[in-house]
Design a binder for this molecule. Structure first.
Ligand code: 13P
Length: 261
């Protein structure tokens, strides 16, 4: 059975003290309501990763992710953070290709392919974010867009590679649903997740496609999480706004625990 994952992308929010309080509350929820198949991932801003790694240490089922990494391991790149640094601070995952990175920081397919390679080279598992804009969906280009994002930045990795590396996590985040309150319907989300899995199957193989966790992100909250997580190909959520309050995030985790029960 593939892993179910509830991940919180805190984006550029919280002070260190606030982040520590939030992580401590979530840790307590994870300790009191865990499941062998559920992994909870927190993606705080870079400066907090090391501190939160201490808070989360030895908590089974609780992991840390960075929100981004650079394409190179080290060097004269003032202001940048490498996957190696992230790994040395205690995170195991890194978001790659979030639509805010693609849009505001001009991260294109080639950069994202390098970031995925760099993450693996430094022992991190990428959480690769894909999804279409409203314009792409409204002109019927949503499947083509997502297929292209997979082809250009992920499918250079072959099944052989995964004999010695963990599968990436995929996150389908329709851009029009992020931070808007316009959550994708369960039909829209399930249809795209099934399409993504089919692409994985065609480019890799059935076993890898079935083992890959595909998360939904975009205005996922305590009221819609149960319906989304009940869908066959939705293996969890990448949560933005609703991950910033421990009680909201716990309700979303609870929705997944009920699916697993
Ligand atoms: P919201 O949950 O705030 O829509 O954000 C989703 C997201 O971008 C997670 O990466």
């Amino acid at each position: 059975m593939r892993k179910k994952i509830i991940a919180g992308n805190w984006k550029m929010n919280k002070t260190l003290d606030e982040a520590a309080v939030l992580a401590t509350e979530i840790r307590s929820h994870v300790m009191h309501s865990g499941h062998a198949h559920l992994v909870t991932i927190l993606a705080p801003p870079f400066p907090y990763i090391s501190e939160l790694a201490h808070h989360c240490a030895d908590t089974s089922g609780l992991e840390l992710a960075a929100q981004n990494c650079h394409t190179e391991t080290q060097g004269a790149f003032t202001g940048e953070v490498s996957a190696q640094m992230i790994s040395s601070c205690g995170a195991s995952f890194v978001l790659v290709g979030h639509s805010e990175r693609r849009l505001y920081f001009q991260e294109d397919a080639e950069i994202l392919r390098k970031k995925i390679n760099q993450a693996y080279a430094c022992g991190l598992t990428p959480i690769y974010c894909i999804g279409e804009t409203w314009e792409q969906r409204s002109t019927g280009k949503h499947f083509e867009t997502v297929a292209q994002q997979l082809r250009e930045s992920l499918f250079h990795l072959t099944p052989d590679f995964f004999a010695s590396h963990l599968l990436p996590i995929l996150a389908y985040e329709p851009v029009w649903a992020i931070g808007t309150g316009n959550t994708a319907t369960t039909e829209q989300a399930q249809e795209m997740h099934a399409f993504i899995r089919q692409e994985l199957q065609q480019n890799w193989n059935t076993d890898l496609a079935n083992a890959c966790s595909i998360l939904y992100g975009g205005s996922c909250n305590a009221s819609n999480a149960s319906d989304l997580f009940a869908c066959q190909d939705i293996d969890g959520g990448l949560i933005g706004g609703a991950s910033l309050k421990a009680t909201d995030f716990q309700h979303i985790r609870q929705a997944m625990l009920e699916v697993l029960a």
